[in-house]
Design a protein around this ligand. Structure first.
Ligand SMILES: [Zn+2]
Length: 407
């Protein structure tokens, strides 16, 4: 399985210049062949060969380099990778999974890839044209032990350089599917997540704080004169804040998904489909950035890493409306109802926790570990408390008296 890690680069002045040349040249090649492929298509519509393939463009690249000799100053494999990315963008477009590829703009999403001859020597990463290595910082993994690097991608983000390293790791043997040590996860709006064993993970407040600051800066920016120096300065500051928001969120996802994947053997969650969720305007508001989806990707990945199972259930299963104790279906449960109260058996429980317990059950039923009938709510535990530094509550102090009274 291929895994990835990202480090911050500290290039010297000469390396900076050469990195910029790589961004520029790969962008130039991308845009040049994007136009060429479009032109070819228009000119050959209906002909037997109506489009240029990836292979065609690699052949044409040789000619282009002779025409623009400065292209020789950069790693030729990175130019070829640019053609590969372009081809992928066209393939997605042809399969109707994406819009027509767009021209890349300077300063927006700057990146280039290096597919081969990458070596990590101490705190330096070496690759063609940078044989002396660029200094890097920051990675939880022991990079020196990485043997099988598949590709690296260099990016520029608000004035700083980063390197994503993709490498092969041996797949862990999965633990057997089991009801024991299983958990259901309900991702929510009010809370970030509720786990079926009573742990509620709050949305981190520091993310809200950064979001507030971004809003304020956006307002300031709109008042600054276009093209002014102050505006440029503020824009860079704003980009840095965005970056901080992205990285803090990623870090939060990282910690939560690691804790969950390490702790549980079988993890059940809803099959999140971002497009579907966006259509639900209640949810769309809080996940405009599709962060649920990003979290799920992380969790799937961590589960693989630690050899754990992930079971997905349909996202239209009525996990919130069912009583997790007696199975009563509460038709009139509103989105604003934060507490689930069952009129049949009297259970009073946090809404998201009720959903998480149902999600776990539905997952276990799906893989045949549990019979499809409802058993009393298991006693909640709160063993994860203290594992990561976010405010949490154990099973709904207010509502859980019923569940624990049963024991
Ligand atoms: Zn009930």
């Amino acid at each position: 399985m291929i895994t990835a890690t990202k480090v911050k680069l500290y290039p010297n002045q000469a390396q900076r210049v050469l990195l910029e040349k790589h961004f520029g040249s790969t962008r130039f090649v991308y845009n040049y062949f994007l136009a060429k492929r479009d032109e070819y298509y228009v000119a050959h519509k209906g002909a037997k060969k109506s489009s240029l393939s990836y292979f065609d463009t690699t052949k044409l690249l040789t000619g282009l380099k002779k025409q623009y000799p400065w292209l020789y100053e950069v790693n030729s494999q990175s130019l070829v990778m640019s053609l590969r990315f372009l081809d992928n963008a066209f393939k997605k477009f042809f399969h109707k999974n994406a819009d027509h590829p767009k021209f890349r703009k300077k300063g927006k999403n700057d990146y280039f890839a290096i597919p081969q001859h990458v070596k990590i020597k101490g705190n330096r990463i070496c690759f063609p044209k940078f044989s002396e290595g660029i200094r890097f910082k920051g990675s939880e993994e022991k990079l020196s032990e990485i043997k099988d690097i598949r590709q690296i991608v260099i990016t520029k983000d608000a004035g700083d350089y980063y390197c994503s390293i993709y490498y092969e790791v041996k797949e862990n043997q999965k633990v057997p599917l089991s009801a024991e040590n299983s958990v259901g996860i309900d991702l929510g709006i009010e809370k970030f997540a509720a786990l079926s064993d009573g742990i509620l993970i709050e949305n981190p407040h520091f993310i809200e704080k950064v979001e507030e600051k971004i809003k304020r800066m956006q307002r300031q920016l709109s008042k600054k004169k276009k093209g002014s120096k102050n505006r440029r300065k503020l824009r860079l500051k704003l980009q840095r804040k965005y970056r901080k928001l992205r990285y803090t969120r990623e870090d939060f996802f990282d910690k939560v998904s690691t804790a969950i994947a390490k702790r549980y053997g079988t993890i059940v969650m809803e099959d999140l489909n971002v497009q579907g969720m966006m259509q639900n305007h209640h949810i769309a508001k809080s996940i405009g950035d599709a962060s649920f989806f990003a979290f799920k990707q992380k969790l799937l990945w961590k589960a693989d890493k630690y050899g754990k199972n992930v079971v997905e259930i349909g996202r239209f299963e009525p996990s919130s409306k069912l009583c997790s104790r007696c199975g009563h279906f509460k038709k009139d449960l509103k989105l604003s109802d934060r507490i689930y109260h069952c009129d049949v058996c009297g259970l009073t429980i946090d809404r998201d926790l009720n959903a998480a317990i149902n999600i776990r059950k539905m997952g276990l039923i799906k893989v045949g570990l549990v019979q499809p009938e409802f058993t009393p709510v298991e006693k909640a535990t709160s063993g994860l408390l203290g594992l990561y530094p976010y405010r949490q509550m154990s099973l709904v102090e207010a509502g859980s008296s019923e569940a624990s009274a049963e024991e």
